[in-house]
Design a protein around this ligand. Structure first.
Ligand SMILES: Cc1ncc(COP(=O)(O)O)c(C=O)c1O
Length: 387
């Protein structure tokens, strides 16, 4: 057929050499996915079963990242979401229904808590919060309609390491599933499935991405029935992820081992130095005895990453704690962690019954890839703000 130039813009016959290979994973973008024939049109979400049908369910770049995360976490199926928080929402919307009850640790990532208290309640799902250090006693909180127990280990900000096998055992005795936010371990420093967890999720935004330039989340399971529920929910919620972001995360994976190892040793050195400082009451780093649940970290984890918190001794005002953070020169102030830049955020967690009485005295640090000695010098000069 002779083509008008306008048609050639869309349907070109131009040729390029075949057989290109490189070490970079190609980024396949696409909403429309082509079918071979009219009869082959299909809207099934499970691309592993039926082949590619629609961009929402993943291009090869998206499915490759999902498969790589799945391999690292020793799961059988991984579904990606546009961020860690959307992975959390996907799990809850896929696995809960009106009349159900779930348990969330009081130390859970705050938006996970907000989802439960502000949105899931509107759909008839009830949530109770439990002490992250509760261990086997979680059994006493399980109700007839409890369907999920969430764990996050270590917890956000207050960093409690949980006794996962004890919680899993209590849950499974009552046919309740356990979900773990495994972001802190980057999915590699804690083998969640070996500890009996049913569903793991990660904010790939953090260590897998590793450079503070993308948002992605993952949900990994070993059970086909759970995968079917998650996949069906991903479809109707329209949880599409960007292939470009997946391409960046695939690149991030290649350097994860060296980044994590450098971050681990720097964070540990800094945490140990901070624990010698007279201004500090407690360093909440899972690899230090001063962190609640340190014994479970020692038993269950293969290493530590770079996020931990410090608690100042009573005395400094909120303004002084802010002044400490603002005086830091190398530590930037900002959310999201796991990148190469060190960060510091001051929190006021108040003083609630059953929660540690840290009030405004807690600061969370993310250790990046700067020289450890420079970071220590920076912290040392900023601590003068507390005098
Ligand atoms: C433990 C934890 N889980 C989940 C998330 C949510 O990830 P995202 O920022 O990709 O939505 C975060 C983000 O800070 C987090 O710290």
């Amino acid at each position: 057929m002779t083509k008008n130039w306008k048609t050639k813009l869309i349907h070109s016959d131009a040729k390029i050499p075949e057989g290109y290979r490189s070490l970079a994973t190609p980024t396949f973008r696409g909403s429309t996915t082509l079918f071979p024939s009219a009869a082959g049109v299909n809207d099934t979400w499970d691309q592993h079963r039926v082949g590619y049908t629609y961009g929402l369910y993943g291009t090869p770049t998206v499915l490759e990242l999902a498969a790589r995360v799945c391999e690292l976490e020793s799961g059988t199926h991984t579904i990606l979401a546009p961020g860690g928080q959307s992975a959390i929402s996907l799990i809850n919307l896929a696995l809960l229904q009106s009349g159900d009850h779930m348990l969330l640790p009081a130390s859970a990532y705050y938006p996970n808590r907000k989802l439960a208290t502000r949105l899931l309640t509107r759909f008839g799902v009830a949530t109770d919060f439990y002490d992250p250090c509760i261990g086997p006693d979680v059994a006493s909180l399980i109700q007839e309609n409890t369907r999920l127990i969430w764990c996050e280990s270590p917890g956000s900000i207050t960093m409690e390491v949980q006794d996962l096998p004890a919680i899993v055992d209590a849950a499974h005795r009552r046919n309740v599933r356990v979900v773990l936010d495994n972001t802190w371990s980057a999915g590699v420093l804690l083998d969640a499935f070996a500890h009996g967890v049913d569903v793991t999720m990660q904010a790939l935004t953090k260590y897998i991405g590793g450079h503070s330039d993308l948002l992605l989340g993952s949900v990994t399971v070993r059970d086909d029935a759970l995968y079917q529920r998650l996949g069906a929910a991903q479809q109707v919620l329209g949880c599409a992820v960007s292939p470009d972001d997946c391409g960046l995360a695939l690149r991030g994976l290649k350097t994860l081992a060296v980044r994590l190892s450098a971050i681990e040793s720097s964070a540990l050195a800094i945490a140990k130095w901070l624990s010698t400082r007279p201004e500090i009451e407690r360093v909440l780093h899972p690899a230090l005895e001063s962190c609640p649940g340190h014994e479970f970290w020692k038993r269950d984890f293969l290493g530590s990453s770079g996020v931990f918190s410090i608690v100042f001794k009573p005395g400094p005002t909120q303004q002084q704690v802010y002044a400490f953070v603002d005086a830091l020169d190398l530590f930037e102030v900002g959310y999201s962690w796991g990148g190469v830049t060190s960060l510091a955020v001051a929190y006021n967690i108040g003083h609630h019954p059953g929660r540690p009485p840290y009030d405004h005295r807690i600061v969370r640090l993310n250790i990046g890839l700067e020289a450890t000695s420079d970071l220590i010098a920076d912290l040392e000069q900023a601590l003068k703000q507390l005098l």
